[in-house]
Design a protein around this ligand. Structure first.
Ligand SMILES: NC(=O)c1ccc[n+]([C@@H]2O[C@H](COP(=O)([O-])OP(=O)(O)OC[C@H]3O[C@@H](n4cnc5c(N)ncnc54)[C@H](O)[C@@H]3O)[C@@H](O)[C@H]2O)c1
Ligand SMILES: N[C@@H](CCC=O)C(=O)O
Length: 543
């Protein structure tokens, strides 16, 4: 029974705690880190509200301390993926029919639990499981996830409010139904907020979900699921399964009830998914929604009028926060010849002050990269650069995987703007810099635009407003998130809706109305109060 139209006003962004020495939040976070390190977690899958343990376990270890075991999770097989689909479909009717304000209450309660009771749980889990320092964990697993939940409730209430006009004698209305089937959410390792947002944004719209996180993000994914259950999410609405990516794809994309994929991860995986869905298109009840935010090769373009301190900070933070493992991370920089020496020497000096080590030692800015596969891939790019006479490593270049997967912040200088590390996504702490003739700004913008297949984020650093205007126009298709005099990372929900085009994804802007529309299937209803009873037009009637 609907008894009113309920408002969900735009929320404020969750305030970022600073964890300064002596602060209460610092003590609470340290306590939770110690608690996690003192236990061995046994993490189940969650299917139809039941905890499922298969006995086939995979160990979880902090990337910065690989000898320590945090716990393990239970790996699923084909039968578990099928059970997750069945549980989702069984929950669908009741969930789709639940009044919006009841659904909203669950996600707002989850946001509140994360902001209070579970703030240090989710941050400590992200710090240990994904090797993030306290600030990087706070802006991701606490603030961004809380913002996604609160803003999406607000945005969805705004969508529901949008209704068509009605001519005299009739009433029109639009119902925003969930999709007819289940949504598959496949999430990446690098952001706990994204892992939480992809299943919950679809579920909030009334959809049922099968959620598969990255193996290296399971430690924090488990906390998200526990919070959602405590917040009152009914059984079967979101089913968390751990299984190989290809296996999940093979089963879900062959199911006639597959209604949509909400993916964030690499471009190659997304393209494979799209191809499989295309091959299976005639099997589905409805055309599935395909939403994917993928890779980037994000640029910083410095103009000859730039403030050097702004440029150096944009590069230091933009390229090396979270070890460069943000899809938005600056990984190619174009610096003008008049400022090149000053920018390089100041950047190299800054990088020397960045301490690297565990996340439990709060004096470390740099922690480890996510796993051995990633470490080896990044090290290969660095080794190849060391052997190549056309490029020079001007900072970092050392790495070790003895204690954890540590790679120094590395800067490669390339005379060729099409050198491999200017073009390919490395996803690690490696920045490549190219110096251009300061008088050839227009030419370098063509290079920026045509060097990579991606178009995720980019930044212009300039004091000259004509240069800012020119870059904003010429690079219109080079980035979905474009920054002026700032680093190209750190988009905030409700402020900079996030996503890129070209090979970077479908640009459906996580944390905005644009994204939520993809999980809705509108039904238009027209009611005529005094319907016609005669087919004849007035002019056909006798005078
Ligand atoms: N554009 C964005 O908003 C955004 C945000 C975060 C990360 N990313 C991108 O994500 C990548 C890093 O994350 P990652 O290493 O977790 O990415 P990934 O593509 O390796 O994995 C993402 C997810 O897909 C799963 N997967 C892997 N192979 C699969 C297959 N064949 N079928 C189905 N699922 C499969 C993984 O297990 C994981 O859950 C980078 O390319 C980065 O740019 C993009
Ligand atoms: N939204 C994040 C990036 C997410 C991708 O990894 C940012 O803007 O830095």
């Amino acid at each position: 029974m609907n008894t009113g139209y309920f408002e969900y006003a735009a929320p404020a962004n969750e305030p970022v705690l600073n964890y300064a020495p002596g602060s209460a939040e610092r003590a609470a976070l340290k306590k939770q880190l110690a608690a996690f390190k003192a236990e061995v977690a046994d993490i189940p899958m969650y299917i139809g509200g039941k905890e499922i343990r298969t006995g086939k376990t995979v160990d979880l270890r902090p990337p910065h301390e690989i000898k320590h075991k945090l716990g393990h999770f239970h790996m699923g097989e084909a039968s578990h993926v099928k059970s997750a689909i069945a549980a989702a479909l069984a929950a669908r009717e009741k969930w789709a029919n639940m009044e919006w304000e009841q659904r909203a209450g669950i996600f707002l309660r989850a946001a509140e639990l994360l902001a209070t009771k579970y703030r240090y749980h989710i941050n400590a889990a992200t710090m240990l499981g994904q090797s993030k320092n306290p600030y990087q964990a706070e802006i991701d697993s606490a603030c961004e996830l809380i913002d996604f939940l609160r803003y999406n409730v607000h945005f969805l209430s705004e969508i529901y409010r949008q209704q068509p006009a009605s001519a005299p004698g009739i009433h029109n209305r639009t119902e925003y139904r969930p999709l007819e089937g289940f949504v598959l959410a496949v999430t990446p390792f690098n952001f706990t907020a994204i892992a939480g947002n992809l299943p919950t944004s679809a579920a909030m719209c009334g959809n049922v979900v099968v959620w598969k996180p990255a193996n290296t993000q399971v430690f924090a994914a488990n906390t998200i699921m526990k919070v959602l259950i405590e917040a009152g999410l009914p059984d079967g609405v979101i089913n968390l399964v751990y299984a190989g990516g290809p296996l999940i794809g093979e089963i879900c994309f062959a199911d006639p009830h597959f209604a949509g994929i909400h993916f964030t991860g690499s471009t190659g995986v997304f393209q494979t998914m799209w191809k499989t869905i295309g091959e299976n298109i005639s099997k589905y009840k409805s055309y599935p929604r395909i939403v994917g935010e993928t890779g980037g090769k994000d640029f910083v373009l410095v103009h000859k009028s730039a403030d050097v301190a702004i440029a150096v900070t944009a590069l230091a933070r933009g390229a090396f926060e979270y070890q460069g493992q943000k899809c938005s991370a600056a990984s190619r920089a174009y610096i003008p010849s008049n400022l090149a020496e000053e920018i390089k020497s100041k950047l190299v000096a800054e990088l020397k002050t960045m301490k690297m080590g565990t996340t439990e030692d709060f004096s470390n800015f740099i922690n480890a990269v996510i796993d051995e596969r990633s470490f080896d891939k990044i090290a290969t790019y660095i080794d190849n650069a060391k052997k190549d006479p056309t490029v020079k490593i001007i900072a970092g270049g050392n790495y070790s995987k003895t204690e954890g997967y540590f790679i120094e912040p590395t800067v490669i200088e390339a005379t060729d703007p099409k050198y491999v590390t200017m073009c390919e996504e490395i996803f690690g702490p490696v920045l490549t810099i190219h110096t251009y003739d300061a008088e050839k700004f227009e030419e370098i913008m063509v290079t920026v635009d045509t060097t990579s297949e991606y178009a995720l984020t980019g930044a212009i650093i300039a004091q000259d407003r004509y240069a800012v205007e020119l870059a904003t126009k010429k690079l219109v298709n080079s980035a979905g998130n474009f920054y002026i005099n700032d680093k190209p990372t750190g988009a905030v929900v409700g402020q900079q809706p996030f996503g890129g085009a070209r090979a970077s994804g479908t640009n459906d802007k996580a944390g905005s109305m644009l994204n939520l529309y993809r999980w809705l299937s509108a039904r238009s209803i027209k009611e005529t109060f005094v319907p016609a009873t005669d087919y004849k037009y007035p002019f056909l009637k006798e005078a």
